[in-house]
Design a protein around this ligand. Structure first.
Ligand code: HAM
Length: 423
């Protein structure tokens, strides 16, 4: 037996229905705020990620699926979407379009990570990017879209945490201060942090090792070192969110694993998964497009990990999607097969979930099959019904049935499926 690659998954029915409905909900909310989907390649030149995500990040240093194609060019399976959006923005001259540009994306990302719960090597992201607006209002909008989407799914326990990373010019000052404060206890930092000390000291703030956390807890928050303008920016974002009733919490040690961020950065954590399993990450990246050779175009966005999101979906959303009732179409005898499909088409186009029996089962075996697939009702079509232009609609819960003219079957079945099952 050939098995799937480690870290990849098969999303099978009925779970796949949750994914489809999550994506439909995202499309609905994002479209409403004016975001249109961009579909990008899943592989890009390796250089794109080295120059955007950053050479010293975990993603680029250890997690990319990089390979040479047949002509020896170095390609990488995308580990995230923002770099591709920036590349596409420059390459397609999207700066010529009315600004700001609002884009959404959906699809697989690839990171060669250590295997653990909620962490996959192929995972899906749902993201948006708002390009060409540098105002606090732009940040507020992006967080509002995020909040609205999560609320549409029925979440009420998720926490948005946010921090101010300042501008790149503030970073050397912050790093000097951090190293000054941690210097006396440097030897107590974990081996990863020893490496980060020179390569990417900001990431020490993000270390999950308890002793590192303790040491970091007493250091000056990065926001305190940020310049005045950056501070005013993030404070205005917080004020705007408060006015809109979007609750966010300041997390003074929050930094993210991608180098392009500045000023506003944020994450969403779920109490159900614990604070180490982040459902969504995002932030502002005003230098990214210029760093990749484009114009000075500011940007902000987020990406949600769909695999993790689906894992913690609220029960109400889950049961509504998985509990969608089925009406099975049961033609009896080979002569009824086509009429069965015709009826299935009619019901399907009327918005019902109405699979037909196509394997030639007898009435008795067909009823058993309908029960197994969880049908609430069956529509039986035998020779005499076809001759009369009728069908028998049977409520499998109540054990009642009725002969209904073919033209009325869709309405009748619709009403029947909508009636609650009595306890
Ligand atoms: P990120 O934080 O690296 O940000 O990833 C976003 C989300 O993708 C994470 O919060 C997590 O839910 C999910 N994710 C990441 N790695 C895995 C994994 N191995 N398995 C399952 N889920 C995972 C970015 O990718 C940025 N591009 C977000 C962004 C958009 N910033 C601005 N715009």
């Amino acid at each position: 037996m050939i098995r799937k690659v480690k870290g990849t998954r098969d999303v099978l029915p009925p779970d796949s229905r949750l994914w489809v409905e999550v994506e439909n909900t995202a499309h609905g909310v994002f479209d409403g705020f004016g975001y249109d989907e961009i579909r990008m390649p899943v592989m890009e030149p390796t250089e794109l990620y080295v120059r955007s995500v950053g050479e010293d990040t975990d993603i680029v240093a250890k997690e990319m699926y990089t390979f040479a194609d047949r002509k020896g060019r170095s390609l990488t399976l995308r580990p995230e979407g923002t770099a591709g959006v920036a590349r596409s923005f420059i390459e397609n001259g999207l700066g010529q379009r009315p600004q700001p540009l609002r884009l959404s994306y959906f699809g697989p990302m690839f990171r060669y990570e250590k295997m653990q719960r909620g962490r996959y090597r192929q995972f899906s992201q749902i993201g948006i990017e708002l390009l060409g607006a540098a105002t606090p209002a732009a940040d507020v909008e992006v967080l509002l879209v995020l909040h609205s989407f999560l609320a549409e799914l029925g979440f009420d326990d998720l926490v948005i945490v946010l921090n101010n990373l300042g501008d790149p010019e503030d970073r050397p000052i912050f790093i000097e201060r951090l190293k000054g404060e941690l210097g006396p206890s440097r030897a107590e930092l974990c081996s990863d942090c020893q490496r980060r000390w020179d390569a990417n000291p900001l990431r020490i703030l993000d270390c999950k090792v308890p002793r590192c956390r303790e040491l970091v807890a007493d250091t000056t928050p990065v926001a305190d070192v940020a310049n005045e303008e950056a501070r005013a920016h993030v404070e205005a974002v917080e004020k705007g969110l408060e006015e809109l009733g979007v609750r966010v919490r300041r997390a003074p040690r929050l930094v993210r694993g991608l180098d392009y961020y500045l000023r506003t950065v944020f994450e969403v954590v779920s109490p159900a998964l614990g604070e180490d399993t982040v459902i969504c990450g995002g932030g502002r990246y005003d230098r990214l497009i210029a760093d990749l050779g484009g114009a000075q175009v500011p940007g902000i966005g987020f990406a949600i990990g769909e695999d993790r999101l689906v894992e913690v979906l609220p029960d109400a959303f889950r049961s509504e999607v998985l509990g969608r009732p089925i009406v099975a179409v049961l033609p009896v005898g080979p002569e009824a097969a086509t009429a069965g499909l015709s009826l299935s088409r009619r019901l399907a186009l009327a918005g019902l979930k109405a699979p037909a029996e196509v394997t030639g089962r007898s009435l008795k075996a067909g009823l058993k099959w309908a029960g197994k697939i969880g049908a609430r009702a069956v529509v039986i079509l035998g020779a005499s019904e076809i001759a009369d232009g009728t069908a028998i609609v049977r409520d499998l819960e109540k054990g009642e049935q009725k002969v209904v003219p073919l033209d009325d079957v869709a309405d009748y079945a619709h009403d029947l499926l909508a009636t609650p099952i009595e306890a």
